[in-house]
Design a protein around this ligand. Structure first.
Ligand code: CP
Length: 359
C-alpha cells in the first residue's frame, strides 16, 4: 500500500502523474466531480491548520466524497490517552484514507505500521510536509512552465521549516536545480538535509545572510515564517523573528519572471504591498493545494492494491534498544515506538522516524 509520509515515498514518475492529474482536474473539473462518491477521507489534525485541512476537505467534497475527523485532538479520545496507532486502527474502520497532522515528528510514519488505509502526512512537527511540496511543485510548474533548471532561494526559518525540508528533497529528483539558503545562523537548514539530500544527490547549494545579494539570480523565492511555536527559548525567537522582510524595494531587484512562494500563514515576512505584484504567487499556490490534494487522493486510492505502487523498500531499519533518539519531539520518545535507526551512506546513524542524528 502507498502512503505519503515523506516526499521520497513518491517516485519521480508518480510525482509527475499527480502533477499531471492535478492539471487535468484544473482544466476539466466537471470530469472528476463524483469520482470519489461513497469514499471517505478522515482528517486527524493534532495541530492547528487552515489551508491544509480545509483544502483536503474541499478537495474531497469536489470529488463527491465525504469527510470526517477532528481539528482539535482534545475533542477526541486522544485526550483520554489513546495512542496514535490505536487511533488510526480505529479510524481505518470508518474511512478509506487518512490525512494526519501531528506536532510529534514521525507520528505518521509510526501510524503506517498498523494502518489498513493509506495515510497522508499533513505535517509532522518541523520534519516534513509532503502535500505542501506537491502544492509547491504544481505552483512552480504553472508559474514558470518548468521545474527543471530553476534556481530557488529559501528564505527565513530553514531550521524548523518542514515545507523547506520536504521541497528540497523533492527537488533532488529534478535536473539542474540550484539552491540558495538565506537564513541567519540560528535558523540554518539542518545538516541532514544538506548532507543526506543536497550533497548526496549533487544539488549545489550556498548559504548567504542577505536577500539583496541573491535576488537577481532567483527563479523562485520561497519565503517562510519564523515559527514561534517551534522555539524552546523565547529570547532566541525574538532575536530572529524579523530577520527577513520582502517588500517592493527588494522585489525591484528580482527578475521580471520570478515567482514568490510562501506556504503561509505569513506574519511580517512579506509586506502586503507585494501582494499586487504579478510575481506574488502565494495565493494562487493555496488554490493549487486543493487541486493537487484531489489528485493525490484519487491516485492513492487507485494505487492502494497495486503492488507496482508500494512504499520504497530499499532500506531496512536497524533496531537497537540501547540507543536513544535525542529529539524530545520524536514519536519514539513520546509513545512506545521501537528505537529504530537508519545508517546513511556517509556512516551517520539517524532516527528512523525523525532523521535526528543519533551517532
Ligand atoms: N501551508 C500550511 O500548511 O498551512 P496551514 O498550517 O494553515 O495548514
Amino acid at each position: 500500500m502507498k502512503h505519503l509520509i515523506d516526499p521520497t515515498d513518491l517516485t519521480k514518475p508518480e510525482i509527475d502523474e499527480i502533477i499531471s492529474l492535478a492539471q487535468d482536474i484544473i482544466a476539466h473539473r466537471e470530469r472528476y466531480q463524483g469520482s470519489m462518491s461513497h469514499k471517505k477521507l478522515a482528517t486527524l489534525f493534532y495541530e492547528p491548520s487552515t489551508r491544509t485541512r480545509l483544502s483536503f476537505t474541499s478537495a474531497m467534497m469536489e470529488l463527491g466524497g465525504n469527510v470526517l475527523g477532528f481539528s482539535d485532538a482534545r475533542s477526541s479520545s486522544v485526550s483520554k490517552g489513546e495512542s496514535v496507532q490505536d487511533t488510526v486502527r480505529v479510524v481505518g474502520c470508518f474511512a478509506d484514507v487518512i490525512a494526519m497532522r501531528h506536532h510529534i515528528e514521525g507520528a505518521q510514519l509510526y501510524a503506517t505500521e498498523v494502518s489498513t488505509v493509506p495515510i497522508i502526512n499533513a505535517g509532522d512537527g518541523s520534519h516534513s510536509h509532503p502535500t505542501q511540496t506537491l502544492t509547491d511543485l504544481l505552483t512552480i510548474q504553472r508559474e514558470l512552465g518548468h521545474i527543471d533548471g530553476i534556481t530557488i532561494g529559501f528564505c527565513g526559518d530553514l531550521r524548523f521549516g518542514r515545507t523547506v525540508h520536504s521541497l528540497i528533497k523533492a527537488l533532488s529528483r529534478y535536473k539542474d536545480i540550484k539552491v540558495i539558503l538565506i537564513a541567519p545562523d540560528e535558523l540554518k537548514l539542518p545538516d541532514y538535509i544538506k548532507q543526506d539530500v543536497c550533497e548526496r544527490t549533487g544539488i549545489p547549494y550556498r548559504e548567504v545572510t542577505t536577500m539583496e545579494e541573491v535576488m537577481g539570480e532567483l527563479d523562485v523565492l520561497y519565503m517562510t515564517r519564523v515559527q514561534k511555536e517551534r522555539f524552546l527559548d523565547e529570547d532566541e525567537f525574538d532575536r530572529v523573528k524579523d530577520s527577513f522582510v520582502l517588500d517592493a524595494a527588494r522585489m525591484a531587484l528580482a527578475k521580471k519572471k520570478m515567482a514568490v512562494l510562501h506556504p503561509l500563514p505569513r506574519v511580517n515576512e512579506i509586506l502586503t504591498e507585494v501582494d499586487s505584484d504579478p510575481r506574488a504567487a502565494y495565493f494562487r499556490q493555496v488554490e493549487n493545494g486543493k487541486f493537487v490534494r484531489e489528485a493525490l487522493i484519487v491516485k492513492l486510492l487507485e494505487w492502494k492494491d497495486d503492488p507496482e505502487h508500494g512504499m520504497p523498500s530499499d532500506e531496512t531499519p536497524v533496531e537497537d534498544p540501547e540507543l536513544r533518539c535525542p529529539n524530545k519531539k520524536c514519536i519514539c520518545n513520546n509513545e512506545h515506538a521501537p528505537h529504530r535507526f537508519r545508517l546513511t551512506e556517509n556512516g551517520v546513524l539517524r532516527c528512523w522516524y525523525c532523521d535526528s542524528k543519533v551517532r
